[in-house]
Ligand binder design. Structure first.
Ligand SMILES: [Zn+2]
Length: 184
């Protein structure tokens, strides 16, 4: 299978979080404290040394809200509410700097997990504002839902990998048409 394309940084961080859950393989890297610690370390994010069950629940809810936001549609408003709740909880806000001139998003950083979530939110908001977030999409296959970076010229792709999920979709549509044409 062709490797599914990775997003360029900094969007790669958002993609990496969403893809800690792999539906096709029934795998969730954030199902254990050790899994969360390992993911955060790989992404260079701060993390509690021993995450509590509540931390795991929070970060998985945050992740699924991101997946829903990227996917758009009916669930996006609820997802935005979850993400806005995390903006408030972490105190994430824009800050202008005089020297060197710049602007960035900062948070209160009450806990290591708060700081990590602020970093992801900062990436999401920046990419939403500059439009680049629209290329980070969720695969249209219900049993895949992988976050992929759409490199097609007009950003019109629907599948994480056309040769995999697009082909599976075509096969299902073909079978459905056949079944409709030849009822048992
Ligand atoms: Zn897919």
């Amino acid at each position: 299978m062709t490797p599914r394309p990775a997003a360029p940084p900094p969007l790669a961080l958002v993609q990496s979080l969403v893809n800690t859950r792999e539906l096709l393989e029934d795998r969730d890297d954030l199902s254990t404290p050790a899994g969360l610690v390992a993911w955060a370390a790989a992404e260079g994010l701060p993390c509690p040394a021993r995450p509590a069950q509540a931390d795991l629940t929070r970060v998985r809810r945050f992740r699924e809200a991101l997946r829903q936001l990227l996917d758009g549609g009916e669930g996006a408003a609820g997802a935005a509410a979850v993400l806005n709740g995390e903006l408030a909880r972490t105190g994430t806000r824009p800050l202008l700097r005089a020297a060197p001139p710049g602007a960035e998003f900062v948070g209160d950083g009450a806990t290591a997990l708060d700081t990590a979530i602020t970093r992801v939110l900062a990436t999401v908001i920046t990419a939403r504002l500059d439009g680049s977030l629209s290329r980070l999409k969720i695969c249209g296959a219900e049993d895949c839902r992988w976050a992929y970076y759409d490199r097609s010229p007009n950003a019109v792709s629907r599948w994480c990998e056309t040769s995999v999920c697009g082909a599976r979709h075509k096969m299902r549509a073909y079978r459905a048409r056949r079944a409709a044409a030849h009822p048992a």
